[in-house]
Ligand binder design. Structure first.
Ligand code: ADP
Ligand code: MG
Length: 353
């Protein structure tokens, strides 16, 4: 039975004798993605990570182990829901809210979970997914050359050396303009070509969308069946996100989930920032993930080493990993807010009180 499984997990975990080499204290707050009020339980746990095995070593088993396990996700493989390839566009409307960061980290998380992933950088003007992934020196050909017949598709696909089931496809050379003929149809052609590859269709095709709602945006969303809307908890980002939601729906994309990025619980507590729940009420979308503001994001951007590969794990990295799980399983898990344990303070819920 289920409860037996859980106790097995706990025992297995207690048997781990390695000393954790890095400690990270986390508090996890569940947020019910389908409820408009945050009456769902909020429970803190303390976890330390062994940076070698990356398996959480529970200090406490007072909490609901199955929830913790599903949050920290190390003992099972997620079940892929929906038809493959899942073609997901990462979009936002407003620029600089974390689309590319989300594409890189969710994409690599999916690859780490064993799924084959092709990430398409469709942000032509500001191409930087290759930089975030540390693959910029390996992009020799782009989709434009494939479409012109100047190279084969597999020559334009850059395979990540860390996770070989992750590949990057850039639409065009940096700072170059998109050729006039390159639109939604060209992107659909590329997606079809990816599906028809000899090695088989990828499980996920993730498209990093440009900011704004003009031609580049329309091109990027055309082949997608589902969308992840990235927003920060501020009015300008939310307004753009709302606009984009309408456009996605007009395009026939009904499966839209949101990631709330750069959340600062200290500001929310002081009512200087909208809570995740306020955001959800305004947009009325299912919650895929809540990513805390984390200086490690900037560090990882500069190193070209995505957060989710970090050892020991970082708060934002864990949150992205969790979002990837929820994407795979299509919301079968609860969204959980991960934040650092406050120093010398009680464990209380703070989302909307
Ligand atoms: P977009 O692709 O939407 O334009 P990016 O992913 O390039 O946005 O992110 C914009 C900037 O914000 C980057 O410098 C990135 O490091 C930073 N950033 C994104 N998410 C976070 C976060 N959770 N915490 C801290 N900085 C972040
Ligand atoms: Mg970007």
């Amino acid at each position: 039975s289920k409860s037996e499984d859980q106790s097995t997990i706990v025992k297995k975990d207690e048997g781990m004798e390695q000393q954790p080499t890095a400690m990270i204290s986390l508090q996890l707050h569940t947020i019910n993605p389908n409820s408009s009020s945050l009456k769902s339980s909020s429970f803190p746990i303390s976890t330390s990570f062994n940076s070698k095995s990356l398996k959480p070593h529970f200090k406490s088993n007072r909490y609901n182990i199955s929830t913790i396990v599903s949050v920290l996700q190390w003992n099972r493989k997620p079940q892929l829901a929906g038809e493959t390839p899942r073609v997901v566009v990462i979009t936002s409307g407003k620029g600089g809210v974390g689309k590319t960061t989300t594409t890189a980290n969710v994409g690599l998380s999916l690859a780490r979970l064993g799924f084959s992933v092709v990430a398409i950088d469709a942000d032509v003007g500001l191409r930087n997914l290759d930089l975030l992934l540390g693959l910029e020196n390996r992009v020799n050909y782009t989709a434009v050359e494939v479409l012109n017949g100047d190279c084969r598709l597999d020559q334009a696909l850059v395979r990540d050396k860390r996770w070989s089931n992750f590949e990057l496809l850039c639409i065009s050379k940096p700072r170059s303009k998109l050729p006039l003929g390159f639109g939604g149809k060209a992107l659909i052609w590329l997606v079809d070509a990816l599906k028809a590859r000899q090695e088989g269709s990828p499980d996920f095709i993730i498209i990093d969308c440009p900011a704004g709602i003009d031609a580049g945006f329309i091109t990027a969303i055309t082949p997608a069946n589902e969308a992840v809307l990235v927003t920060t908890p501020d009015i300008t980002s939310l307004r753009d996100a709302d606009r984009v939601t309408g456009l996605l729906e007009c395009d026939g994309i009904k499966d839209i989930k949101m990631i709330v990025n750069r959340v600062r619980t200290d500001l929310i507590r002081g009512e200087d920032m909208m809570s995740v729940l306020d955001v959800q009420e305004m947009l009325g979308l299912a919650l895929l993930g809540v990513i805390p503001e984390d200086s490690e994001v900037i560090r990882s951007t500069n190193r070209g080493y995505p957060l989710v590969l970090n050892k020991p794990p970082t708060l934002a990295g864990l949150a992205f990993e969790q979002a990837a799980w929820r994407l795979v399983e299509q919301d079968s898990m609860k969204a959980v807010m991960i934040e650092e344990e406050p120093k010398k303070r009680g464990f209380f819920s703070f989302f909307g009180g």
